[in-house]
Design a protein around this ligand. Sequence first.
Ligand SMILES: CC(C)(COP(=O)(O)OP(=O)(O)OC[C@H]1O[C@@H](n2cnc3c(N)ncnc32)[C@H](O)[C@@H]1OP(=O)(O)O)[C@@H](O)C(=O)NCCC(=O)NCCS
Length: 153
Amino acid sequence: MNITFKPVDEGDIEFLYNLFSERTKYPEEIRFEKKDIPLYEEHTAFVERFLKRDHEYQSWYIILYDNEKVGSLVLKKDGEWGYHVLMKHWGKMIGQTALDWLIKQHPDKTLIANIKVENKKAQHIAEKFGHVLVSYTYRREPTNTTKDIPNKE
Ligand SMILES: CC(C)(COP(=O)(O)OP(=O)(O)OC[C@H]1O[C@@H](n2cnc3c(N)ncnc32)[C@H](O)[C@@H]1OP(=O)(O)O)[C@@H](O)C(=O)NCCC(=O)NCCS
């Protein structure tokens, strides 16, 4: 097993889109809805903006497994990081190796992981690599998504 990393470049746009789109096939508790997946053109513009360094991302890497693209790893300027591995490669220590590598790349940076309550695997890995729970985020969805409640005159 050989896990390596390379900075994202123009040639990774399609792979990253496919990786992102796979979120609609994740196990139900962490699945994304189709409406949350950007259009290909929007995604392309997002990556191109990163490549021009006009972006909130500090670093963005492709994770390679025996030289095959299998995931991506992101670090934002504010320290928040995230990673995604193609489902067919889950459970092969790729995620943990990526996080370990990220920590070693940025030993002086405070790292932040925003992880869904249901995502027990990602929580386990974050804790295993030294992250501690510091806050709960509460969210209230609107009860009426079609229109605002009109003001009473
Ligand atoms: C999270 C993700 C990157 C992990 O990558 P991976 O290569 O599958 O993970 P690894 O094989 O390195 O490690 C899996 C670890 O989680 C543990 N694990 C698996 N399922 C688990 C569960 N339901 N609850 C708790 N721990 C679990 C495994 O036992 C293993 O830990 P161990 O080595 O201490 O036993 C990958 O599953 C993924 O892309 N998930 C979807 C995207 C995502 O959730 N990203 C995280 C948001 S920051």
